[in-house]
Every structure is written in C-alpha cells, then in structure tokens.
Design a protein around this ligand. Structure first.
Ligand SMILES: Nc1ncnc2c1ncn2[C@@H]1O[C@H](COP(=O)(O)OP(=O)(O)OP(=O)(O)O)[C@@H](O)[C@H]1O
Ligand SMILES: [Mg+2]
Length: 269
C-alpha cells in the first residue's frame, strides 16, 4: 500500500546544507500498524510531514520515491494532495495548536473532512461529530461543539485533533506522538480507539512515538530512527528481544526497570 524508498529531506538554506532524513525506506501492507521510534530530533516528524505533502517550504525532499496505492505522491499537484489528504491518508499532529484554526469552532473543524469528502448533510455530520467527541473522551459534546480552540485545555485540543483525523475512515493514518500530551487513562482510551479503527476498518497506521512501551502495545513492526536514518527495522518482538543497533539498545535500556522485567516475563511465557 505504501512504499517509501530512499527518502532524503534537507534544508538548503542553512550552511552547511542540513540533511535531516537520509535514505529512509519503508513499506506498509494494508491494515498494518507500523511504529517509528527514535530520540528527539531523529527525523520522525519530518518523515511524516513529507508523507502528507506538508513539509514547510524551507524543507525539501532531496531524493527518493513515495508510492501510495500505486500513486506517486511526489508528483501530486496541490489539488491532487487535497484529494488524498483527509480522504485516504489522515494525520494526527504532534502540535495540536498549530493544526487547529483558532478562528473556527471545534465542531466545524471536526466535521471538515466529512464536508470535503462525503455527501452527508449538516445534521448527519453534526451527529457524527458529537459521537466522535464521545469516543475520544471529550466531555459535554453539545457544549464543546460551538467552542473555540483557546477555550480548551491542551489535552482536549489533542483529542479534538484525533477525532478530526478519525472521523473519515482513511486507508492510512499517520499518528505523530498522538498520546504523548495526554494523561494515562486518556492515553489508553486513544490507543484502544486506534486499534478498534484498525480492526473494524482495516486502517493502516504509521505510529510515531519516542516511547517503545506504547509502540509495543500497538504495533506489529517497528522502524528505529537515529539521526535521520533508519538504523533498524523488524517485528516488534524481534527488535525488542534481540536489538541490533546501538541506538535500539539505548532506547530499550531507557524503559523503566519494572517494564523491562515485565517484557522479559512476557517473552519467556
Ligand atoms: N525549520 C527547521 N530548520 C532547520 N532544522 C530543522 C527545522 N525543523 C526541524 N529541523 C531539524 O530536523 C531534524 C528532525 O526533526 P524532527 O522534528 O523530524 O524530529 P523528531 O524525530 O520528530 O523529534 P521529536 O521526537 O522531538 O518530535 C532535527 O534535527 C531538527 O533540528
Ligand atoms: Mg516529532
């Protein structure tokens, strides 16, 4: 379904020219959940933005290929991207505030992709939005519907964005640290929701996180990034039980002890 081959992303306007992603390759089958893990600054978000056609103008794809369901993403026009984004690929962003429009109500933003990509009428769209608000754990949906982003807490904004991304059943969801800003209960709820979406609609998920524990709970395969490069790739079990790259070993060592023991127990059983 997705084939990224030799992707490199650079900033040309800095001296010396800076390559933040180098020769990154990844393939995904329909319905697969693949994790991308790596320390801060390793290039996870840049890769995700490139996949959505959303790199800021200073960042450029310097080489590589990205094919999605037979379409060459790198040749898409602006209009072509609008047809893909929100309909076939959706994204949960790391920074909720930058992806929500401060001038539009929560309800309006959550129904946006339904407006663009379905024939549902107003009432039906509103019903779906209220329903989605409940699913992502937003309280008092009716009241929130008419609120603006600044009236919400950070965690609530994150959930609005997650709801907006989940509301059309896309083929691929790119989730960039979707639960990092949320408390543990909500985090578990969101992960369960993503799994449910995956099981019921076969949505493939590219799940980005710096937290191997979260990756382990949801992904079947994982790519480890370090300084812009994929240094290791494999099934989650393989990578966790016999890591090859030094950076993977460091990430595993950073999991708190109790978790490490739990993992050991699980592997032996
Ligand atoms: N506008 C920019 N100009 C120059 N360098 C940038 C810019 N934006 C990002 N970078 C660099 O690109 C690299 C990759 O950044 P990216 O945001 O993809 O990392 P990340 O893996 O998502 O990190 P985090 O876990 O903190 O979200 C970093 O080294 C960062 O400093
Ligand atoms: Mg990031």
């Amino acid at each position: 379904m997705l084939e990224i081959e030799g992707l490199s992303i650079g900033f040309r306007d800095v001296e010396p020219p800076l390559e933040v992603v180098r020769d990154f390759s990844l393939t995904m089958e329909p319905g697969e959940i693949v994790g991308v893990v790596g320390e801060s600054g390793s290039g996870k978000t840049m890769t995700a933005l490139a996949l959505m056609g959303l790199l800021k103008s200073r960042a450029r794809i310097t080489s590589g290929r990205m094919m999605f369901e037979g379409r060459d993403l790198l040749t898409l026009s602006r209009k072509g991207w609008e047809e893909v984004r929100g309909k076939e690929i959706s994204m949960i962003f790391q920074e909720p505030m930058t992806s929500l429009d401060p001038l539009l109500t929560i309800g309006r933003q959550m129904e946006e992709s339904l407006r663009l990509h379905t024939d549902l009428d107003r009432r039906e769209r509103k019903r779906r939005v209220l329903d989605m608000m409940e699913q992502v754990g937003l309280p008092q949906p009716e009241k929130l519907y008419g609120c603006y982003p600044h009236q919400l807490s950070g965690g609530m904004r994150q959930r609005v964005m997650i709801g907006a991304a989940l509301i059309t059943n896309t083929r691929l969801m790119v989730a960039d640290e979707p639960t990092t800003a949320l408390d543990v209960t909500i985090q578990a709820q969101i992960l369960a929701l993503l799994k449910k979406m995956n099981q019921e609609h076969g949505t493939a998920i590219l799940f980005i996180s710096h937290d191997l524990r979260v990756i382990r709970s949801i992904c079947s395969r994982v790519v480890v990034m370090y300084r812009g490069e994929a240094v290791e790739m494999g099934s989650v079990e393989e990578v966790l039980s016999s890591p090859q790259a030094d950076h993977t070993k460091q990430l595993i060592a950073a999991i708190p002890d109790r978790e490490n023991r739990l993992r050991g127990g699980k592997e032996r059983s």
